[in-house]
Design a protein around this ligand. Structure first.
Ligand code: PMV
Length: 326
């Protein structure tokens, strides 16, 4: 009744921001992401009859905020297995937690996969998608490798997730410029809910999104980097315009985030194949072709306020760690 799973975080190039159903945690838009090999969440779950409640240790500390969503995922798994045992969950990230590096995505992907394995369940992939989505709307994408599409349109009330491009087919690289390791003041869950309720731009975001998603998918089909670059920056800035126009405003950038954006735009204008994206936090992710990674890394490291850079190739979907033989 014990298993460990590992998942990579992911970064959306065509993003979701806002839900259509908060109870089912259904995103209001689809999304398209890349899975970030090189960064890991490792989660061990043990179901144990001695426990009186579920327990979570995140990076060695009890985490009450993650508890409710975690219990929801565990309840679904318990229901599948027909058991009522509580679980001890220990999760650790090898990158900053809760700072806009998608730790909730890798966290809930690893939790779902580890929990299913600990209970001996072999669930269909789309059921793992549904359960992990109850924890975080971006988590299903960390179950899959490479370029990943989360589709909300083809089956109303559900989400379908799949790889659209294996890592080796289009080996993009992502260099993360870390500009702060502080936890963000407003979580994405709270932030996107207030954008839905209190930004005049929310309807425009949702109605213009299907075209962005269709274009993004076709960029992957055609491996058209420059078209993807323009589109992903547009979609990212549109999401942040929505966040900034929320009352009270959500401004996730630091001065260094903006300096990195301008540096990336200048590199691309100079012919370097790179573009940026930024999630609900101040880190910048520079997506580039492999031949550009050294130039991009060096440029980002020279920007005041960049604390470190992290290198990612495209990674695989979440997996169960084999049990070490004694
Ligand atoms: O998965 P959540 O609910 O933590 O929200 C993720 C939101 C963004 O990272 C900003 C966008 C996305 O699609 O990942």
């Amino acid at each position: 009744m014990r298993a460990t799973a590992v998942a990579h975080p992911n970064v959306a190039l065509i993003k979701y921001w806002g839900k259509s159903d908060t109870e089912k945690n259904l995103p209001a838009t689809g999304s398209l992401s890349v899975t970030l090999g090189g960064l890991h969440t490792r989660t061990t779950i043990e179901f144990n009859e001695q426990l009186k409640q579920d327990q979570l240790l995140l990076d060695g500390k009890a985490d009450a905020a993650a508890d409710l969503r975690m219990v929801r995922c565990l309840d679904e798994l318990r229901q599948h297995a027909g058991v009522s045992l509580f679980a001890n969950v220990e999760s650790a990230n090898d990158f900053p937690t809760g700072a806009g590096l998608a730790s909730s995505a890798s966290g809930f992907a690893a939790l779902t996969v580890a929990g299913a394995a600990a209970l001996g369940l072999s669930l269909p992939p789309q059921e793992l998608v549904r359960i992990s989505r109850l924890g975080s709307g971006s988590a299903p994408r960390s179950l899959f490798a490479g370029g990943v599409w989360l589709d909300i349109a083809s089956s109303p009330g559900e989400t379908i997730c799949s790889t659209v491009s294996e890592p080796a087919r289009w080996p993009l690289e992502v260099i993360v410029a870390v500009t702060s390791v502080e936890k963000k003041a407003v979580s994405s869950t709270a932030g996107m809910e207030s954008s839905r309720a209190a930004s005049p731009y929310f309807d425009g975001w949702v109605s213009s999104h299907p075209q962005d998603l269709a274009d993004g998918l076709s960029c992957f089909t055609d491996k058209d980097f420059m078209r993807l670059a323009d589109l992903a920056e547009h979609n990212c800035l549109k999401m942040h315009a929505l966040a900034m126009s929320t009352r009270p405003p959500l401004l996730y950038w630091s001065p260094a985030t903006l300096a990195c954006m301008q540096a990336v735009m200048q590199l691309r204008a100079d012919g370097v194949p790179v573009f940026f994206t930024v999630d609900a936090g101040p880190q910048l992710k520079a997506v580039c072709l492999p031949e550009a990674s050294a130039t991009v890394r060096e440029r980002l490291q020279s920007i005041p306020g960049v604390l470190q850079t992290l290198d990612c190739t495209l990674g695989q979907g979440a997996w169960v760690e084999p049990v070490a033989k004694a």
